[in-house]
Design a protein around this ligand. Sequence first.
Ligand SMILES: [Zn+2]
Length: 329
Amino acid sequence: MSWNLLGHTWAENLLRTHIANNEARHAYLFTGAPGVGRRSLALAFASALNCTQPQQPGDYCENCRICRHTQRMQLPDLSVVAPESEGGSIKVAQVRELQRALSLTPYEARYRVALLLNFQLANASAQNALLKTLEEAPEKVILLLTADAADSLLPTIVSRCEVLRLRPLAVEALEDALLNRWQLAPQQARLLAHLSSGRPGMALQMAQDQHLLEKRAAWVQELLRLLPANRYERFSACEALARNRDQLRLMLQVWLSFARDLLLTASGSSEKIVNQDQLAEIERIAGGLPTRRPLEMVNTLITSLENLEANANLRLLLDNTLLKIPQIN
Ligand SMILES: [Zn+2]
Protein backbone atom coordinates (compact mmCIF):
# COMPACT_ATOMS: atom_id res chain seq x y z
CA MET A 1 0.00 0.00 0.00
CA SER A 2 1.38 3.42 -0.89
CA TRP A 3 2.03 6.11 1.71
CA ASN A 4 -0.85 8.28 0.51
CA LEU A 5 1.39 11.23 -0.36
CA LEU A 6 0.99 13.59 -3.28
CA GLY A 7 4.03 13.00 -5.50
CA HIS A 8 7.63 12.15 -4.46
CA THR A 9 7.23 8.49 -5.43
CA TRP A 10 10.98 8.09 -5.99
CA ALA A 11 11.69 9.28 -2.44
CA GLU A 12 9.01 7.03 -0.97
CA ASN A 13 10.45 4.03 -2.83
CA LEU A 14 13.96 4.78 -1.61
CA LEU A 15 12.85 5.07 2.03
CA ARG A 16 10.73 1.91 1.80
CA THR A 17 13.76 0.03 0.52
CA HIS A 18 15.83 1.27 3.46
CA ILE A 19 13.23 -0.08 5.88
CA ALA A 20 12.66 -3.36 4.05
CA ASN A 21 16.41 -4.06 3.85
CA ASN A 22 17.04 -2.92 7.41
CA GLU A 23 19.32 -0.22 6.07
CA ALA A 24 17.82 2.91 7.59
CA ARG A 25 20.48 5.63 7.99
CA HIS A 26 20.96 7.57 11.20
CA ALA A 27 19.97 10.86 9.59
CA TYR A 28 17.97 12.14 6.63
CA LEU A 29 17.60 15.64 5.28
CA PHE A 30 14.49 16.55 3.26
CA THR A 31 14.93 19.77 1.28
CA GLY A 32 12.57 21.77 -0.90
CA ALA A 33 10.31 24.82 -1.05
CA PRO A 34 7.75 25.37 1.73
CA GLY A 35 4.57 23.40 1.08
CA VAL A 36 6.25 20.89 -1.21
CA GLY A 37 5.70 18.01 1.25
CA ARG A 38 8.91 17.66 3.29
CA ARG A 39 7.22 17.20 6.65
CA SER A 40 4.51 14.89 5.27
CA LEU A 41 7.17 12.64 3.78
CA ALA A 42 9.20 12.65 7.01
CA LEU A 43 6.11 11.75 9.07
CA ALA A 44 5.15 8.97 6.66
CA PHE A 45 8.69 7.60 6.97
CA ALA A 46 8.55 7.85 10.78
CA SER A 47 5.25 5.93 10.72
CA ALA A 48 6.65 3.23 8.47
CA LEU A 49 9.76 2.88 10.67
CA ASN A 50 7.66 2.21 13.78
CA CYS A 51 4.25 0.88 12.65
CA THR A 52 3.29 -2.23 14.62
CA GLN A 53 1.03 -3.71 11.92
CA PRO A 54 2.56 -3.08 8.49
CA GLN A 55 1.18 -5.28 5.70
CA GLN A 56 4.75 -5.67 4.51
CA PRO A 57 8.02 -4.06 5.60
CA GLY A 58 8.05 -0.41 4.49
CA ASP A 59 4.27 -0.01 4.77
CA TYR A 60 2.39 1.65 7.58
CA CYS A 61 -1.19 0.96 8.60
CA GLU A 62 -2.49 4.44 9.62
CA ASN A 63 -4.55 2.78 12.36
CA CYS A 64 -2.27 1.44 15.07
CA ARG A 65 -1.55 3.64 18.07
CA ILE A 66 1.94 4.43 16.82
CA CYS A 67 0.75 5.50 13.35
CA ARG A 68 -2.05 7.68 14.73
CA HIS A 69 0.18 9.42 17.25
CA THR A 70 3.03 9.85 14.80
CA GLN A 71 0.79 11.61 12.27
CA ARG A 72 -0.40 14.00 15.01
CA MET A 73 3.20 14.47 16.18
CA GLN A 74 2.20 13.28 19.66
CA LEU A 75 4.15 10.05 19.99
CA PRO A 76 6.40 9.95 23.09
CA ASP A 77 9.17 8.47 20.93
CA LEU A 78 8.90 11.28 18.39
CA SER A 79 10.66 14.51 19.38
CA VAL A 80 9.77 17.58 17.32
CA VAL A 81 12.09 20.58 17.21
CA ALA A 82 11.00 23.81 15.50
CA PRO A 83 11.27 27.55 16.17
CA GLU A 84 9.22 28.38 19.26
CA SER A 85 7.67 31.49 17.70
CA GLU A 86 6.81 32.77 14.25
CA GLY A 87 9.93 34.29 12.72
CA GLY A 88 12.09 32.88 15.54
CA SER A 89 15.11 30.58 15.39
CA ILE A 90 15.92 27.09 16.69
CA LYS A 91 18.11 27.58 19.76
CA VAL A 92 20.92 25.56 21.27
CA ALA A 93 18.83 24.84 24.39
CA GLN A 94 16.26 23.04 22.20
CA VAL A 95 18.97 20.85 20.69
CA ARG A 96 20.36 20.04 24.17
CA GLU A 97 16.91 19.06 25.37
CA LEU A 98 16.52 16.84 22.31
CA GLN A 99 19.85 15.19 23.08
CA ARG A 100 18.64 14.28 26.56
CA ALA A 101 15.48 12.69 25.10
CA LEU A 102 17.49 10.76 22.51
CA SER A 103 19.80 9.29 25.14
CA LEU A 104 16.88 7.27 26.56
CA THR A 105 15.89 3.95 25.05
CA PRO A 106 12.66 4.04 23.04
CA TYR A 107 9.58 4.04 25.23
CA GLU A 108 7.26 1.98 23.02
CA ALA A 109 8.45 2.25 19.42
CA ARG A 110 11.23 0.50 17.56
CA TYR A 111 13.11 3.78 16.99
CA ARG A 112 13.26 7.12 18.68
CA VAL A 113 12.72 9.62 15.88
CA ALA A 114 13.72 13.28 16.01
CA LEU A 115 11.99 15.60 13.59
CA LEU A 116 13.85 18.91 13.18
CA LEU A 117 11.67 21.23 11.11
CA ASN A 118 13.09 24.06 9.00
CA PHE A 119 16.54 23.50 10.38
CA GLN A 120 17.88 26.39 8.27
CA LEU A 121 16.36 28.47 11.10
CA ALA A 122 18.74 26.96 13.64
CA ASN A 123 21.39 29.43 14.76
CA ALA A 124 25.08 28.54 14.48
CA SER A 125 25.47 27.18 18.01
CA ALA A 126 22.36 25.01 17.63
CA GLN A 127 23.68 23.61 14.34
CA ASN A 128 27.05 22.91 15.94
CA ALA A 129 25.39 21.21 18.89
CA LEU A 130 23.48 18.90 16.58
CA LEU A 131 26.71 17.89 14.85
CA LYS A 132 27.76 15.93 17.90
CA THR A 133 24.55 13.87 17.75
CA LEU A 134 25.01 13.29 14.03
CA GLU A 135 28.56 12.08 14.59
CA GLU A 136 27.71 9.74 17.44
CA ALA A 137 24.05 8.94 16.97
CA PRO A 138 22.75 6.67 19.73
CA GLU A 139 21.46 3.23 18.75
CA LYS A 140 17.79 3.14 17.72
CA VAL A 141 17.74 6.87 16.97
CA ILE A 142 16.86 8.34 13.59
CA LEU A 143 17.09 12.06 12.86
CA LEU A 144 14.87 13.62 10.21
CA LEU A 145 15.69 17.20 9.22
CA THR A 146 13.78 19.46 6.88
CA ALA A 147 15.22 22.61 5.32
CA ASP A 148 14.57 24.86 2.32
CA ALA A 149 17.92 23.94 0.74
CA ALA A 150 21.00 21.96 1.68
CA ASP A 151 23.29 24.97 1.26
CA SER A 152 21.51 26.85 4.03
CA LEU A 153 22.95 24.36 6.56
CA LEU A 154 26.51 23.72 7.71
CA PRO A 155 28.19 21.45 5.12
CA THR A 156 29.27 19.15 7.96
CA ILE A 157 25.62 18.56 8.84
CA VAL A 158 24.60 17.88 5.24
CA SER A 159 27.45 15.43 4.68
CA ARG A 160 26.20 13.28 7.58
CA CYS A 161 22.66 13.03 6.24
CA GLU A 162 21.10 11.16 3.36
CA VAL A 163 19.75 14.11 1.37
CA LEU A 164 16.40 13.87 -0.43
CA ARG A 165 15.66 16.89 -2.62
CA LEU A 166 11.92 17.28 -3.13
CA ARG A 167 10.65 19.18 -6.16
CA PRO A 168 7.18 20.55 -6.87
CA LEU A 169 4.79 18.31 -8.80
CA ALA A 170 3.85 19.04 -12.38
CA VAL A 171 0.92 21.46 -12.11
CA GLU A 172 -1.33 19.07 -14.09
CA ALA A 173 -0.49 16.16 -11.77
CA LEU A 174 -1.36 18.23 -8.71
CA GLU A 175 -4.57 19.46 -10.33
CA ASP A 176 -5.52 15.86 -11.01
CA ALA A 177 -4.80 14.81 -7.41
CA LEU A 178 -6.76 17.74 -5.96
CA LEU A 179 -9.69 16.85 -8.19
CA ASN A 180 -9.74 13.09 -7.70
CA ARG A 181 -8.25 12.49 -4.29
CA TRP A 182 -9.27 15.64 -2.45
CA GLN A 183 -12.55 16.08 -4.31
CA LEU A 184 -12.11 19.79 -4.98
CA ALA A 185 -14.27 21.45 -7.63
CA PRO A 186 -12.56 21.50 -11.08
CA GLN A 187 -12.05 25.25 -11.22
CA GLN A 188 -10.69 25.40 -7.68
CA ALA A 189 -8.35 22.45 -8.30
CA ARG A 190 -6.92 24.14 -11.39
CA LEU A 191 -6.54 27.50 -9.66
CA LEU A 192 -4.86 26.09 -6.54
CA ALA A 193 -2.53 23.81 -8.52
CA HIS A 194 -1.30 26.87 -10.41
CA LEU A 195 -1.18 29.27 -7.47
CA SER A 196 0.83 26.79 -5.40
CA SER A 197 3.19 26.14 -8.34
CA GLY A 198 2.75 22.40 -7.84
CA ARG A 199 3.29 22.36 -4.05
CA PRO A 200 0.67 20.04 -2.52
CA GLY A 201 0.93 21.31 1.06
CA MET A 202 0.51 24.89 -0.03
CA ALA A 203 -2.45 24.01 -2.27
CA LEU A 204 -4.23 22.20 0.59
CA GLN A 205 -3.53 25.06 2.98
CA MET A 206 -5.01 27.48 0.49
CA ALA A 207 -8.03 25.22 0.02
CA GLN A 208 -8.81 25.73 3.71
CA ASP A 209 -8.38 29.51 3.59
CA GLN A 210 -11.88 30.97 3.23
CA HIS A 211 -10.53 34.41 2.39
CA LEU A 212 -8.11 33.33 -0.28
CA LEU A 213 -10.57 33.49 -3.17
CA GLU A 214 -11.62 36.99 -2.11
CA LYS A 215 -8.00 38.10 -1.91
CA ARG A 216 -7.32 36.57 -5.31
CA ALA A 217 -10.23 38.51 -6.84
CA ALA A 218 -8.88 41.75 -5.32
CA TRP A 219 -5.36 41.06 -6.65
CA VAL A 220 -6.70 40.37 -10.14
CA GLN A 221 -8.60 43.68 -10.03
CA GLU A 222 -5.45 45.49 -8.88
CA LEU A 223 -3.51 43.99 -11.80
CA LEU A 224 -6.24 45.03 -14.25
CA ARG A 225 -6.02 48.56 -12.85
CA LEU A 226 -2.20 48.67 -13.01
CA LEU A 227 -1.67 47.11 -16.46
CA PRO A 228 -2.63 50.25 -18.42
CA ALA A 229 -1.34 52.60 -15.66
CA ASN A 230 1.74 54.79 -16.04
CA ARG A 231 4.90 54.41 -14.01
CA TYR A 232 3.89 56.97 -11.38
CA GLU A 233 0.51 55.32 -10.75
CA ARG A 234 2.18 51.93 -10.49
CA PHE A 235 4.77 53.10 -7.98
CA SER A 236 2.18 54.71 -5.75
CA ALA A 237 0.43 51.32 -5.47
CA CYS A 238 3.60 49.55 -4.30
CA GLU A 239 3.72 50.59 -0.69
CA ALA A 240 0.36 49.07 0.21
CA LEU A 241 1.03 45.87 -1.75
CA ALA A 242 4.53 45.09 -0.46
CA ARG A 243 3.98 44.75 3.27
CA ASN A 244 4.07 41.01 3.86
CA ARG A 245 6.28 38.43 2.14
CA ASP A 246 3.76 35.58 2.11
CA GLN A 247 0.97 37.79 0.80
CA LEU A 248 3.26 39.28 -1.83
CA ARG A 249 4.26 35.79 -2.97
CA LEU A 250 0.62 34.80 -3.37
CA MET A 251 -0.21 38.02 -5.20
CA LEU A 252 2.68 37.52 -7.64
CA GLN A 253 1.52 33.94 -8.21
CA VAL A 254 -2.01 35.19 -8.97
CA TRP A 255 -0.54 37.73 -11.39
CA LEU A 256 1.65 35.05 -12.98
CA SER A 257 -1.37 32.81 -13.56
CA PHE A 258 -3.14 35.78 -15.19
CA ALA A 259 -0.10 36.59 -17.34
CA ARG A 260 0.07 32.96 -18.49
CA ASP A 261 -3.61 33.12 -19.41
CA LEU A 262 -2.93 36.25 -21.48
CA LEU A 263 -0.02 34.51 -23.20
CA LEU A 264 -2.07 31.40 -23.99
CA THR A 265 -4.97 33.45 -25.32
CA ALA A 266 -2.71 35.76 -27.37
CA SER A 267 -1.12 32.71 -28.96
CA GLY A 268 -4.54 31.26 -29.79
CA SER A 269 -4.86 28.40 -27.31
CA SER A 270 -7.31 29.25 -24.57
CA GLU A 271 -8.41 25.79 -23.42
CA LYS A 272 -6.10 25.73 -20.36
CA ILE A 273 -7.08 29.10 -18.92
CA VAL A 274 -6.74 29.18 -15.11
CA ASN A 275 -8.74 32.34 -14.40
CA GLN A 276 -11.96 31.07 -15.95
CA ASP A 277 -14.06 33.76 -14.28
CA GLN A 278 -12.00 36.44 -16.08
CA LEU A 279 -12.36 34.92 -19.54
CA ALA A 280 -14.05 37.93 -21.16
CA GLU A 281 -11.46 40.36 -19.76
CA ILE A 282 -8.57 38.09 -20.77
CA GLU A 283 -9.88 37.84 -24.32
CA ARG A 284 -10.39 41.59 -24.52
CA ILE A 285 -6.83 42.36 -23.38
CA ALA A 286 -5.18 39.59 -25.39
CA GLY A 287 -7.03 40.47 -28.60
CA GLY A 288 -4.42 41.74 -31.09
CA LEU A 289 -1.67 41.73 -28.42
CA PRO A 290 1.75 40.59 -29.71
CA THR A 291 2.73 37.46 -27.72
CA ARG A 292 6.09 38.93 -26.71
CA ARG A 293 4.37 41.31 -24.28
CA PRO A 294 2.59 38.73 -22.08
CA LEU A 295 5.74 36.61 -22.43
CA GLU A 296 7.78 39.49 -21.01
CA MET A 297 5.27 39.73 -18.18
CA VAL A 298 5.48 35.98 -17.43
CA ASN A 299 9.30 36.09 -17.36
CA THR A 300 9.34 39.17 -15.13
CA LEU A 301 7.01 37.55 -12.61
CA ILE A 302 8.95 34.26 -12.56
CA THR A 303 12.18 36.16 -11.86
CA SER A 304 10.48 38.20 -9.13
CA LEU A 305 9.18 35.07 -7.42
CA GLU A 306 12.69 33.59 -7.48
CA ASN A 307 14.15 36.78 -6.04
CA LEU A 308 11.50 36.82 -3.35
CA GLU A 309 12.76 33.45 -2.07
CA ALA A 310 16.28 34.91 -2.01
CA ASN A 311 15.18 37.36 0.70
CA ALA A 312 14.97 40.49 -1.43
CA ASN A 313 13.63 43.79 -0.08
CA LEU A 314 9.88 43.58 -0.73
CA ARG A 315 9.31 47.18 -1.76
CA LEU A 316 12.26 47.26 -4.16
CA LEU A 317 11.24 43.92 -5.61
CA LEU A 318 7.71 45.08 -6.36
CA ASP A 319 8.89 48.45 -7.74
CA ASN A 320 11.18 46.58 -10.06
CA THR A 321 8.49 44.11 -11.09
CA LEU A 322 6.04 46.85 -11.99
CA LEU A 323 8.73 48.74 -13.87
CA LYS A 324 9.35 45.72 -16.09
CA ILE A 325 5.77 44.58 -16.71
CA PRO A 326 4.85 46.17 -20.06
CA GLN A 327 2.05 48.71 -20.15
CA ILE A 328 -0.95 46.96 -21.69
CA ASN A 329 -4.30 48.60 -22.43
ZN1 LIG B 1 0.57 1.38 12.08
